[in-house]
Design a protein around this ligand. Structure first.
Ligand code: IVH
Length: 675
């Protein structure tokens, strides 16, 4: 073959590859390569065309179109689709039950409904007057995609509820899956059954969906009008009689020991089931209690997924290094001989902290057992001492951070004990902490910048393209363009994602800045307290800050630990400067407490003392669910001070009297709630 023909042939192969990737991306919804890799391939072809002009008549520019936008119509869920908190061991289950009892302020045993956790794709089916009118994917939990046509290809999903008196409206939550047997037939196309189900459900053409045999189990509900059920078990029994498929392994269960027993038994039969499961879900069976318990920011308080035990493997520790987290925590990490654990190659495993290394006497060169559970970082669980060499030496834990600063162990406010974790206290002044803070800032729950993941932050940080948060908004795209793996498509996507992230709600913003001990829940509480960024920035002023912090004391959920942490954060001038600069780049929206209609609409409450039949947390959630707001301090703005029978603070009652705030005692509070 002469040279020219060879080049034409090469060009053709590359173009065909690109076409195939396009096909995966646009039509199969299953991109085979990243945006960067895609761009790199396109650039390679363009360079070839530049060099050899005879290639231009079949130029790549002719075939690559813009991605079709919004393939599926977006639909807002009637009620949000939440996720589940996880438990990995008996203690987590004990905690879960304890929290429920505390919240409800009750002591008696609680009945649970146990269901296998199907490892598939969740969807919601909406029936109006018994007819299937809409089918929506989970999406981000608030907004999903209209996949009704694809769901309709699943024959076992009723198009009509088999009942003479169906509810006016019902949202049936279900998990779509592909059986292990059916997956065998299409294995080459997908990594696992879950991916196959997802890929099939999001086909553009329902005919394609119908080719892959999907199945489903219905497990829950969103809105039901009118509501007639009082137990989860009763709900599932009823919808089964209506024609829905429910899981036959579900059952009523009580007490941690029974939970533990059932969990073990299910794990034993796991591999013999026709579908993949990854744990057991335990739900409070009584729907009235479920309603009282309500949700945290993304998961219900009344349910938990008890995951199956992790996969284990044996390997050797090659080195122990330290990593610095965004809160300054120094975590030792074992670099291990790469080993496959549950289908994933592991080469790093966490050693948690200094005390853990001492307790297990873990050393470089040791043969160890490691485990990996779900999405959790693999960990070293034990050392095989029989394999330890004679010249092995104890590991000396470094006392300095990677930045060179001395690290310290703090005393816990709650237990008064010295904590196991060593920390670097330099905040943004430590460049290693700064890098981790950036990763937190761009993460899904914070600014949510797609395309700026952990690896990209590492790359941009190494190249000094991003050192501090505000740099993100002044990124030098000319420089990025020249980096390997970056091209037109990925740069445009990144630009769009950055612009989109600049409009942010106050609670997300507070979470984003990464104050230690301020998670999503606390960020919401603080956002409710400040209301707007204008009020929030007053915290920069030392004098006003002291006053603000003293008012935070009474906010439910915010304790001494959080207040101290907020104070420490803003005492650091670098933190303050960086936060100020970030605010300049953002458009922070006021925190609108969903002014729900209800009997407490627009009313402001405060509590003092404990109640006999509910916890403070529940009292707070009742007020909020009925349109009211709970304030942290007594002021003229307050409408009611609710005084519980157990140890109310006299000072608060006196203050309320002085400001003529209406005082409600426990007996009357109960009457109001029941009215
Ligand atoms: S209940 C509001 N029950 O797990 C709580 N979920 O991690 C909703 N899942 O998005 C979840 N089997 O897709 C529930 N028996 C079951 C389930 C189940 C599978 C999935 C579901 C959900 C995810 C939460």
């Amino acid at each position: 073959m002469d040279e020219k023909k060879k080049i034409i042939e090469q060009h053709k192969i590359k173009i065909n590859n690109l076409k195939e990737f396009n096909n995966y991306y646009y039509n199969n919804d299953n991109p085979k390569i990243s945006d960067q890799e895609y761009d790199a391939l396109k650039t390679e072809i363009l360079n070839l065309e530049k060099k050899f002009s005879f290639l231009k008549k079949n130029t790549v520019n002719k075939i690559v179109g813009a991605p079709p936008l919004n393939k599926f119509k977006k639909i807002k869920h009637i009620s949000p689709m939440l996720s589940l908190s996880n438990a990995f061991k008996k203690d987590d289950i004990n905690d879960f039950i304890k929290k429920i009892k505390n919240f409800l302020n009750i002591n008696q045993s609680i009945q649970f409904f146990a269901e296998p956790k199907i490892d598939g794709i969740s969807a919601t089916l909406i029936y109006k007057k018994g007819l299937l009118t809409s089918g929506v994917s989970r999406g981000d939990g608030m907004i999903g995609e209209d996949i009704l046509q694809n769901l309709k290809t699943i024959k076992s999903i009723p198009k009509k509820i088999q009942s003479k008196e169906p509810p006016d409206l019902i949202e049936i939550r279900c998990e779509i899956y592909i059986s292990k047997k059916d997956f065998e037939k299409i294995k080459v196309k997908f990594a696992n059954p879950r991916n196959a189900a997802g890929g099939s459900l999001r086909q553009k053409n329902p005919l394609e969906t119908s080719k892959i045999p999907l199945k489903y189990f219905a497990y829950g509900f969103g809105s039901i009008k009118p509501m007639t059920f009082s137990k989860q078990s009763e709900f599932l029994q009823k919808i089964k009689s209506w024609g829905f498929i429910t899981n036959p392994l579900s059952r009523i269960i009580e007490g941690v020991d029974e939970i533990e027993k059932e969990h073990k038994q299910l794990e034993e039969v796991r591999s013999s089931l026709e579908y993949d499961i990854d744990g057991y879900v335990f739900k409070v069976n009584d729907l009235i209690l479920q309603k009282r318990l309500g949700n945290t920011s993304n998961a219900p308080r009344w349910a938990i997924a008890y995951k199956f035990s992790s996969e284990k493997a044996f390997t050797v520790i090659k080195d122990i290094i330290i990593q610095v987290g965004r809160t300054g925590a120094i975590t030792p990490v074992a670099k291990v001989q790469p080993v496959t654990v549950g289908g994933v190659v592991v080469s790093n495993a966490t050693l948690h902290n200094e005390d853990e290394i001492v307790r297990k006497d873990i050393r470089i060169g040791d043969s160890v057992k490691i485990q990996r559970a779900g999405d959790v970082i693999p960990q070293v669980i034990s050392v095989d001492l029989s394999k330890r060499g004679k010249d092995s030496k104890k590991f000396i834990f470094p006392k300095k951070c990677l930045c060179g600063s001395v690290t310290t162990k703090e005393t816990s406010k709650t237990t008064n004990k010295i904590e196991a974790v060593r920390r670097c206290l330099k905040g943004y002044d430590c460049k290693f902490i700064a890098r981790e803070k950036l990763k937190h800032l761009v993460s899904k729950e914070a600014l949510n910048i797609d395309g700026l993941g952990k690896k990209v932050i590492d790359q941009f940080w190494d190249l000094k393209l991003i050192k501090e948060p505000s740099d993100i908004f002044e990124l030098n795209f000319e420089k990025v363009k020249n980096l390997e793996g970056w091209g037109e498509l990925s740069i445009n996507n990144l630009k769009k994602a950055i612009t989109k992230s600049q409009l942010i709600s106050l609670d997300r913003f507070i979470f984003s800045i990464g104050i230690r001990h301020i998670g999503q829940e606390n960020a919401k509480i603080l956002a409710g307290f400040f209301g707007s960024i204008k009020e929030f920035i007053k915290i920069f002023d030392l004098k006003i800050r002291k006053k603000i912090l003293s008012n935070l004391v009474d906010l439910d959920g915010i304790g001494e630990t959080q207040i101290l942490s907020i104070d420490n954060f803003f005492l650091n001038s670098t933190n303050t400067r960086i936060t100020k600069e970030l605010i300049k780049k953002l458009n922070v929206q006021d925190y609108l407490l969903l002014s729900k209609d209800g009997k407490f609409s627009n009313k402001k409450f405060m509590f003092t003392g404990g109640f006999n039949n509910m916890s403070r947390s529940e009292a707070k959630s009742i007020v909020e669910n009925n349109g009211g707001k709970v304030l942290g301090a007594i002021s003229k703005k307050l409408n009611f001070l609710v005084v519980g029978d157990t140890k109310p603070t006299k000072k608060k009652i006196d203050q309320a009297k002085k400001l003529k705030v209406k005082i409600i005692f426990e007996k009357d509070w109960n009457k109001i709630l029941n009215s």
